[in-house]
Unconditional design. Structure first.
Length: 113
């Protein structure tokens, strides 16, 4: 059975695949990537309180806030999303996010990258 047809489980724990953004308290841990051969990517993201980042642009994403909360500034408005909330980020969305608390997200993007 190849990886594209096998059921796999992932968690949000940081591991040896985790990437830190410079000296910032932003960490991305890939779970499903383009090399796995599927149509989407999935990863967890950890943001320290007060950290900010530009919204992703080249692909559509859905985020699920697992812990903490985010403020998203886009299209002239602010949206606050707390634990248990979902965010849909359209392709090429302008804007910025800010972690209002230490925050953990699960992110799924299409197409895979």
């Amino acid at each position: 059975m190849d990886a594209t047809t096998a059921v796999r489980a992932f968690d949000t724990a940081k591991n040896d695949r985790t990437v830190q953004f410079g000296e910032r308290r932003i960490f991305i841990t890939p779970a499903v990537e383009k090399v796995d051969g599927g149509p989407l990517s999935a990863y967890s993201a950890h943001f320290g309180r007060g950290e900010r980042a530009d919204l992703p642009a080249p692909y559509e994403e859905v985020w699920v806030v697992i812990r903490g909360s985010l403020r998203i500034r886009s299209g002239g408005r602010d949206i606050v999303v707390e634990a248990g909330g979902f965010v849909q980020v359209p392709e090429h969305s302008p804007g910025e996010l800010e972690a209002m608390d230490d925050t953990v997200l699960v992110c799924v993007s299409v197409p895979a990258h």
